[in-house]
Design a protein around this ligand. Structure first.
Ligand code: ADP
Ligand code: MG
Length: 353
């Protein structure tokens, strides 16, 4: 028997919104990253995170940034509402993390969201709750400091399959700690803390005046931080032509003995990204200098001409593409090689004398 073609029907908007939200927020850590980036966009100098059950029951972010205007609260969680991007061309010179106006909207479609916020000029803070993109009732005046508190509760309450697929709360909590830690290294003018709900002690505390090195020590341990050296990439004309404007970071030296792989902390234009070709290339170079089986740690922040970077290839913005990727990675790898070679010879001299 011939199968009849199924009729095409539009999806229900609530289904569309849930699907879209599920692509952006795969696990609590994705929601956290979006909100942390919003806080940094709002020029916060302190970001405190409170977590219950790995962020599934509760994820609360308190910042001392600019706050949100009360008048904007009604559309805060609507899709595609943003204070950061006006015309498409702006995308090529965007300097903020956000631009899509999708994060809070997405979160509000798969969790219960409450926002308490105060701008410098407001006399009190305003509190409002959101569901499925909409504000519930009117904002209520409450006491509060300048900045924003975003509370996300019962993440994925309406997507049971996603809830089941999550790892244990302990694993989800570790992913959250890891992302906060990595962002704290790259944002060394900002303080960060993270606490489990009900615990009297914080799980992570990074004071705003700590150096990058101290941050690495707190996050990855003294065995890493004491073996760090600075890497400054010389941006030659050739490299600049390819769009690389600056590159620097902290990398472990050749005395670092460590068998456990630590994911590198790569940032491109302030965004934590995974860049596998870069990771592979750098690991390859390290492996020629390190004793067999030893692994390095690398923190590297690149500035690439924004027009050359496409952050829009992955809903979580975790991967990025940039023009002249191979040339840029090769140029960086060459300088890494030179740096490691220079300390390798000085090491040989030392042991020889
Ligand atoms: P986007 O960051 O892409 O603009 P979001 O959904 O993440 O989209 O946020 C929407 C808007 O809400 C932002 O453009 C910003 O104006 C405001 N906002 C969100 N979080 C904060 C915050 N912590 N402090 C100040 N403003 C915020
Ligand atoms: Mg955002």
């Amino acid at each position: 028997m011939v199968e009849m073609a199924s009729r095409i029907k539009p999806l229900d908007v609530s289904v569309i919104n849930k699907i879209a939200a599920g692509e952006i927020v795969i696990a609590p850590v994705n929601a956290l990253k979006e909100m942390m980036e919003n806080s940094i966009d709002a020029k916060a100098t302190m970001i405190d995170v409170l977590v219950k059950e790995g962020g599934i029951k509760l994820l609360q972010i308190t910042d001392n940034g600019s706050g949100i205007n009360k008048e904007d609260l009604p559309i805060l969680c609507e899709r595609f509402t943003t204070s950061k991007l006006a015309i498409f061309e702006d995308l090529s010179k965007i300097e903020t993390f956000g631009f899509r106006g999708e994060a809070l909207a997405s979160i509000s479609h798969i969790a219960r969201v409450t926002v308490t916020t105060k701008t410098e000029k407001d006399e009190c803070a305003w509190k409002a709750s959101f569901s499925e993109g909409k504000m519930l009732g009117d904002p209520k005046p409450v006491a509060g400091k300048t900045g924003t508190i975003i509370t996300v509760e019962d993440l994925f309450y309406n997507i049971p399959s996603r809830l089941k697929a999550l790892r244990s709360p302990a694993d989800e909590f570790n992913k959250i700690l890891d992302v906060i830690g990595r962002y704290s290294i790259n944002n060394d003018n900002v303080g960060f803390s993270c606490k489990k709900f009900g615990d009297s002690k914080v799980a992570l505390m990074i004071k705003s005046d700590l150096s990058k090195k101290d941050r690495v020590r707190i996050i990855f341990g003294a065995h890493v931080s004491t073996k760090l050296m600075e890497l400054h990439i010389d941006v030659t004309n050739d490299v600049e032509k390819n769009g690389l404007l600056s590159a620097s970071g902290l990398i472990t030296n050749l005395d670092f003995t460590n068998k456990k792989p630590i994911q590198p902390a790569f940032f491109i234009n302030g965004r934590l990204v995974s860049c596998d070709p870069m990771r592979r290339s750098f690991n390859q170079i390290y492996s020629t200098f390190l004793p067999k089986g030893n692994k390095s740690f690398m923190y590297l922040a690149l500035t690439i001409r924004p027009q050359n970077v496409d952050v829009n290839i992955h809903p979580t913005k975790r991967e990025v593409r940039f023009l002249h990727e191979e040339e840029i990675i090769d140029a960086l790898a060459f300088q890494l090689q030179e740096k490691l070679a220079s300390i390798d010879t000085s090491r040989t001299f030392k042991t020889a004398s």
